[in-house]
Design a protein around this ligand. Structure first.
Ligand code: ADP
Length: 254
């Protein structure tokens, strides 16, 4: 009796398959591409060909495009359930994906007490970081190096990706160091996430579980730790957390 959770995100599509005892049998992450519906259907066909899947639950921004799913659920519900499944004492979650960021306050049973979401602007999301990294040809490990070697506080005031690029170009032209500029960029993102987090009424001392693809970015992990003055835990399933939560909920409904 296997269950499959599928998370059709703006940037990547994720699958987690759980077995009858709730262990992860298989998982996969691929780019969503231009056709979320066909990406999702192809993933489900691939896993259904290999396993006998009893139930499929979908999540992510493209969840309703998965016609063959038995149910679709929000990412907030699924990230909450996924984190609670792996870390039953967790109460604070920050999820940063390709196009949005969320802060979630969990109840002890993994249900959502409160959440705040930014899906209106790219600032504080993976696509903002991806654009800046691409434009200035910086790898994510290099971002961490810059962060750690900055010796001066530089404020980046623009949060729109286009204006932030112009601001960075201006600072570089004025001789400001890459270290100071990119620490400023990362601190600006962490400040936005901190504002989101404060909306869900969690104390800064709470241990925070960081999910979504951006959780793998060590520079943002560090900036968030410093800005929120909190311990940040990144589970190996961070990017798969929504798909895991969907698979867990499907299993509960068997
Ligand atoms: P969505 O669910 O919205 O599609 P994801 O949660 O899959 O988004 O996150 C995608 C983002 O994660 C990318 O835009 C990228 O910035 C970031 N990301 C993915 N893998 C890594 C990595 N190994 N290191 C740093 N950032 C990463």
């Amino acid at each position: 009796m296997l269950t499959l959770g599928i998370d059709i995100g703006s940037t990547t599509s994720k699958v987690v398959v759980l077995d009858a005892v709730g262990e992860v049998v298989e998982s996969k992450i691929i780019p969503t591409g231009a056709s979320p519906a066909s990406t999702g259907e192809a993933l489900i066909a691939e896993f259904s060909g290999k396993h006998s899947i009893a139930k499929v639950y979908s999540t992510g921004y493209g969840r309703s495009l998965i016609a063959c799913a038995d149910k679709s659920l929000t990412e907030i519900t699924c990230h909450a359930v996924g984190v609670n499944y792996l870390h039953p004492t967790a109460i604070g979650v920050i999820d940063i994906g390709g196009q949005d960021s969320k802060a979630i306050h969990l109840a002890p049973d993994g249900s959502v007490l409160d959440f705040a979401m930014n899906d209106k602007c790219a600032a504080g999301t993976g696509s903002f970081l991806d654009n800046i990294a691409r434009k200035f040809d910086i790898s994510y490990p290099a971002m961490l190096e810059y962060y750690e070697h900055s010796d001066k506080r530089v404020n980046i005031n623009s949060t729109c990706v286009v204006f932030a690029e112009s601001e960075i170009i201006g600072l570089l032209a004025n001789g400001e160091s890459m270290e100071n500029i990119f620490k400023g960029v990362l601190r600006a993102i962490a400040m936005r996430i901190n504002r989101l987090y404060s909306q869900v009424k969690l104390s800064a001392s709470t241990e925070i579980y960081f999910t979504g693809g951006v959780a793998q970015n060590a520079a943002i992990q560090k900036a968030l730790c410093e800005e929120l003055k909190a311990d940040i835990t990144v589970d190996p399933y961070a990017q798969l957390m929504g798909a895991l939560g969907a698979a867990v909920l499907a299993r509960r409904d068997l």
